[in-house]
Write a protein that binds this ligand. Structure first.
Ligand SMILES: [Zn+2]
Length: 139
């Protein structure tokens, strides 16, 4: 560790305290341009559970970037969730790190630990068999 570098870091660099900015390299699956694909720390009983995060520490990003993120996650998800008939990208209403933009995706195994929470979360369901994408709103 270079203490000189640390002590001269700009005070605005709050990312050091952010778990998404300091993801261990073994949890990062791919670097995709402005995005980083990672396996979530807790799988909650799913065979696969992923997170796509913005590379920079930002709470909000512009609409175009959000679109790009969903397209990217949709594309990689088809590979990582090929075992499942359906999988979903979740709105971050239960996000534990809301200050760093990211989206979580998982299969929809009804036996997973978070199945009840999934049913309460707005989500985009991707069907691997017929290729459809269905938006599910709640409440
Ligand atoms: Zn961060």
């Amino acid at each position: 560790m270079n203490t000189l570098t640390e002590s001269t870091a700009p005070p605005a660099d709050k990312g050091k305290l952010c778990p998404l900015c300091s993801l261990p390299q073994n949890e990062v699956l791919a670097e995709l341009g402005r995005w980083r694909l990672a396996r979530t720390k807790t799988m909650k009983g799913h065979r696969e559970r992923l997170m796509l995060l913005y590379r920079e520490h930002a709470k909000t990003i512009d609409e175009q970037s959000i679109g790009e993120a969903y397209l990217t996650l949709h594309k990689v998800g088809q590979k990582f969730f090929s075992h499942a008939k359906q999988w979903a990208i979740f709105e971050p209403i239960y996000a534990t790190v809301p200050e760093h933009w990211h989206r979580v995706a998982s299969d929809l195994d009804a036996k997973a630990d978070d199945h009840d929470q999934i049913l309460k979360t707005p989500r985009l369901i991707v069907d691997n068999e017929d290729g459809t994408i269905t938006r599910v709103t709640v409440g």
